[in-house]
Design a protein around this ligand. Structure first.
Ligand code: F6P
Length: 319
């Protein structure tokens, strides 16, 4: 292998820049040329490639977002789109690829390997932490700390007014962010997509606080009742409760990455280069119990990662 490419894809996540830097540094230490693909799969299709060197990756590791940009690319769902992308990779002499993103990114990467024999490994980059085969994903720790900071502030005003707040956090179909910040911020109830939201229990918890006391309910965006807005509306309709709704949204994706995210991103970047050099392909490079692990890309979407049961338990005990 002489020339490897790296790209970021799907939702951006804090730590992606530290990851790109680690791939560039490790690649050069191993005597490789390193190319950045701009704009995820859309950039691959369009042939948007640039050479990465020390200067290009200097002063980026503390920055949120991704200097390589990212996209969601429907064209890549079609074989024709993937064929075009492979033609670009070949034209640019790329013989190894690192794809940093979530399960959508890994679907695309798996097809590139299966249909065209492209040597490709994935690295977990998403704030959702919803990929099996790694304990944590790049960006998750930063996102939960951003959410924690926002919720602590909401708590101040909720406490001063004695108000009920429904705070919605991201996570798509997974409740990792909601559960962790729920416990960290002392929420009275945490609604996550993985479990049925018990509206009566929620009402009891609110009553137990006292109608004029501060109550914080964390709602994962994929919650089966339809998110924080819907839950607030339901509590008004069913029990006449007034509440405030705060949707944290995309702010959770931004900001400077935490130390944990920078170190994870760096470690996985270096490990991904070495995985390609040792002949690995069609795998995600992750970290489990402190060790680097390799799981087939397919496993990252066929097996669902569960929110640790201790978190669910804790959130019920600590109310
Ligand atoms: O996967 C990361 C994530 O931020 C999810 O938590 C969220 O559901 C989704 O991306 C939002 O995607 P977009 O920014 O494309 O609307």
């Amino acid at each position: 292998m002489k020339r490897l490419a790296v790209f970021t894809s799907g939702g951006d996540a804090p730590g992606m820049n530290a990851h790109i830097r680690a791939v560039e540094r490790t690649g050069h230490k191993r005597g490789l040329e390193v190319i950045g693909i701009i704009g995820g799969y859309a950039g691959m299709l369009a042939g948007q490639f640039e050479v990465l060197d020390r200067i290009r990756t200097a002063n980026i590791l503390d920055r949120g977002g991704t200097v390589l940009k990212t996209s969601r690319c429907p064209e890549f769902h079609e074989r024709e789109g993937r064929d075009k992308a492979v033609a670009q990779l070949r034209a640019h002499g790329i013989d190894g690829v690192i794809a940093c993103g979530g399960d959508g990114t890994f679907h695309g990467a798996h097809f590139l390997h299966e249909e065209h024999g492209i040597r490709i490994v994935g690295t977990p980059g998403t704030i959702d932490n919803d990929l099996s085969g790694t304990d944590f994903t790049i960006g998750y720790d930063s996102a939960i700390n951003t959410a924690r900071e926002a919720i602590d502030k909401i708590r101040d005003t909720a406490d001063s007014h004695g108000r009920l707040f429904f705070v919605e956090v991201m996570g798509r179909h997974a409740g990792f962010i909601a559960m962790d910040v729920g416990v960290a911020c002392g929420a009275e109830y945490v609604a996550v997509p993985e479990t049925m939201t018990d509206v009566d229990l929620l009402y009891q918890r609110i009553l137990a606080q006292g109608r004029d006391a501060r109550t914080i309910v964390i709602v994962g965006e994929g919650d089966e009742l339809g998110g924080a807005m819907e839950l607030g509306r339901l509590m008004k309709e069913r029990y006449g409760l007034d509440s405030k709704v705060s949707i944290l949204g995309h702010m959770q994706r931004g900001g400077s990455p935490t130390v944990r995210d920078r170190v994870l991103a760096a470690r996985l970047g270096a490990a991904a280069v070495d995985a390609l050099l040792s002949g690995k392909t069609d795998v995600m490079v992750g970290e489990q119990h402190g060790e680097i692990t390799y799981v087939p890309l397919e496993q990252t979407w066929t097996s669902r990662k569960a929110v640790p049961p201790y978190l669910l338990e804790l959130s019920n005990i600590l109310v």
